[in-house]
Design a protein around this ligand. Sequence first.
Ligand code: ZN
Length: 241
Amino acid sequence: MSLTKEYTDIEQLDKISDQKLIELIVNEVQNFLKADLQSIKSRPGSNSPFVNIPLGISNRHIHLTPRTFHTLFGEDAECESMRPLYQPGEFASKQLLTIVGPKLRSIPNVRILGPLRKYDQVEVSLTDAIFLGIDPPVANSGSLEEAAPLTLVGPRGSIYLEKCAIVANRHIHMSNIDAELLGVKNGDYCKVKITGEKSTMFENVLIRTNDNWKLQIHLDTDDANAANVREETSVEFIGKM
Ligand SMILES: [Zn+2]
């Protein structure tokens, strides 16, 4: 049913319930978005469908609970934004920490990403992990059962975290509408392709949905460097695994 075709005059619009009107508007918006997606699905000179996903490259970073944050920066400190990130509400904070592995090898100036969370998590690349002498699992954000230990050192204190370090799974952030349009759902795994001199296909890319999120793929620095890509690139969505 279409809002424009079925309910063109005001008198008729008055007769339908608010709920029905909301449904019609939602349908209309979804149809518009589908039409929009269809229009970008045809690659010039080819029939193969494609959708490009903007790329975000995640350098090593830290998420902290308020409690750990205050242990490291003092009771009065606030997690302040230095610059907003692409995803609404998320930011790179002004605060940095040094992370130290069990062999006392350390990496300084690791940035905290805000806002503060319900768990402490350090996301590193495999290259970082080898340097630090730890063996973190490839895991989804928040899955810390098998995470590796690190010590975090801040200006006002330090803390040893038994299970904090992971290598973040490749993942794509998207809204539920984007997921529907791409034929995937939260928790699915898909394939993407990066063209260029070091053309690469990435598999096992996790779909994560939240209606606050904008469509964006997150690769860590190891994956991005393997494909020799920078942030201004986009990645071709191939489909579900
Ligand atoms: Zn992400």
